[in-house]
Design a protein around this ligand. Structure first.
Ligand SMILES: [Zn+2]
Length: 283
């Protein structure tokens, strides 16, 4: 009996062991934007950033494992001894927030109120959210806002904005006026199809309006994305043009009475998910 149990155990565990060995967390890479503001690339999870204020440090997004968070802290300590006091989550996707639990408990986590709500929603496959586990509650955003929030760090003011539904229902923009730089999470992708989480209430048509509002409201000249190189205003404008074209093409095919599979067949395979989102929005 014991032998059978061990065999079963090995059969279950071995694939995991092989998986984790293959997927070693890549090192954190820092990209300097100014003496105070840096992008955090590499690790496991999305691109984020950190800002060194007069007395403390602010981190944007937490990547998704312990090694990545340790890498973030080591990277910061290479520049300053000031403590990390704030963590901002741009939205609730795992690759931006799963590292939250490896931050010290005294770090204040800030997000949009819809983002906090999305922490507790079931996943795309309907499975319950692990954030419902009480032990993780201290790592769910504690401070939330609605339209705009300002964070005063010594002589600098960091602005956080909510421009509406898009990629999810709770995506924010973190704007550094002195650097004229915005951290936009997953609100705009470049070089790959835009991801719209329809199951969380994301919407591609709202996404276009939301991004247009962002360009009007803030004077950033560069935009740091969770999954792309730094973008210019022109890159964002180009993204909007392409997104509208994409939506028009789906709309035309829907009006011709085509099914989802038929519409998807008219696009590249990697665009299937975005087609599904737009198609669903048009029903
Ligand atoms: Zn995302």
């Amino acid at each position: 009996m014991k032998a059978i149990i061990i065999q079963i155990f090995l059969a279950v565990m071995l694939p995991f062991a092989a998986f984790s060995q293959q997927q070693e967390t890549p090192p954190i890479i820092i990209e300097k934007i100014s003496d105070n503001l840096f992008q955090l690339l590499g690790g496991r999870g999305a691109n984020g950033g950190f800002y060194i204020g007069e007395n403390e440090v602010l981190v944007i997004d937490s990547k998704m494992d312990k090694e990545s968070v340790e890498g973030i802290f080591t990277a910061i300590q290479g520049f300053t001894k000031k403590p990390v006091r704030y963590l901002i989550n741009t939205h609730a996707d795992g690759d931006h927030v799963n590292g939250n639990e490896f931050f010290p408990k005294n770090v204040t986590i800030i997000a949009h109120e819809n983002c906090r709500n999305e922490f507790f929603l079931p996943g795309r496959d309907g499975s319950p959210s692990r954030w419902n586990n009480e032990e993780l509650l201290p790592f769910v955003p504690q401070v939330t806002f609605n339209d705009k929030m300002q964070l005063h760090m010594g002589n600098q003011t960091i602005e956080m904005y909510y421009f509406g539904v898009g990629h999810t229902t709770g995506d924010i923009v973190v704007y550094f006026p002195k650097e004229r730089t915005a951290f936009i999470g997953d609100q705009v992708f470049k070089g790959r199809p835009q991801l719209i989480h329809s199951y969380k209430g994301g919407n591609s048509f709202e996404h276009v309006k939301t991004v247009e509002k962002m360009l009007e409201a803030i004077d950033a000249f560069q935009f740091c994305s969770g999954h792309a190189d730094i973008m210019s205003r022109e890159d964002i404008e180009q993204h909007l043009v392409e997104m509208k074209k994409f939506q028009q093409k789906v709309k035309k095919l829907v009006n011709e009475g085509k099914t989802l599979a038929e519409v998807q067949a008219e696009f590249k395979p990697e665009e299937s998910r975005l087609v599904e989102s737009v198609f669903g929005e048009l029903q």
